[in-house]
Design a protein around this ligand. Structure first.
Ligand code: APR
Length: 231
């Protein structure tokens, strides 16, 4: 039985109005990664970091899933084999587009994490500095986001899926950040076919057997229609 593993990045949510990181004008041109996406940055200036994620949480709450998110929801629902959706994105647009059991390897804006006891709860739209943890009461609430230098979530599960998939697709990701950028090589070793669907060739495009260049809302629905029609 066919098993498809799909990895998505910020590019799939670009047409829903959410900024990517490394495109012109992207988030990493507006903010220094070390200030807003590292544990050190959070320790140094928690107010700046909470403000950064509060703004992203508000933007994500306003955004609507686009045709690419919805196509992947259809694929997961109607494809005869298993479809595993892994995302680097922290928005909830895949779920809003009908996808289920999405593996958010870099965390989620909608979730809050207690740095003291590890408890997770639905994040308030605006998290405060010293946000109290509902479980242990300590003022240690932080965004449930995997920062640079931290270990991505669900890696054992993701690696197991990659090792027995027959098709691997990467959608809307620049291939600049590991371990996600290395997934295609694991799928390749497993004998899977690989396809990159992206606005432009990513840094790891040469590791893919196939490429479909274009905007996600154009190339993803076409790709899904082909898979569902059996060719
Ligand atoms: N359709 C398809 N692809 C697009 C579109 C679009 N409309 N717009 C942009 N892209 C592509 C860009 O060409 C680029 O290759 O999406 C990719 C976005 O790359 P990044 O901004 O680097 O985002 P991503 O790959 O998700 O970053 C990975 O880096 O900063 C960390 O944790 C953060 O999860 C993030 C990780």
């Amino acid at each position: 039985m066919e098993k498809i593993v799909i990895l998505t990045g910020a590019g799939i949510s670009a047409e829903s109005g959410l900024g990517t990181f490394r495109d012109a004008g992207g988030l990493w041109e507006q903010h220094r990664i070390e200030d807003v996406a590292t544990p050190e940055g959070f320790a140094r200036d928690p107010a700046l970091v909470q403000r950064f994620y509060n703004a992203r949480r508000a933007a994500a709450a306003e955004a609507r899933p686009n045709a690419a998110h919805e196509a992947l929801g259809r694929l997961q629902r109607d494809y005869p084999g298993e479809v595993v959706l892994v995302t680097q994105n922290v928005d909830a647009l895949h779920e809003a587009g009908g996808a289920r059991d999405v593996l958010h390897m870099h965390g989620e804006l909608a979730s809050a994490l207690c740095a003291a006891c590890g408890h997770r709860w639905p994040a308030p739209m605006e998290m405060q500095v010293k946000e109290p943890c509902p479980a242990c009461d300590r003022p240690a609430g932080r965004p449930d986001i995997v920062w640079f230098g931290e270990v991505p979530y669900h890696m054992d599960e993701i690696m197991a899926h990659l090792k027995d998939c027959t098709l691997f697709a990467a959608i809307g990701t620049s291939g600049e950040v590991y371990p996600a950028a290395g997934f295609v090589q694991i799928a390749d070793i497993a004998g899977a076919h690989s396809v990159e669907l992206n606005l432009e060739a990513s840094s790891v495009h040469s590791n893919f057997a196939e490429a479909r260049l274009g905007r996600a809302t154009e190339v993803v629905p076409l790709w899904v229609a082909e898979l569902l029609s059996g060719h």
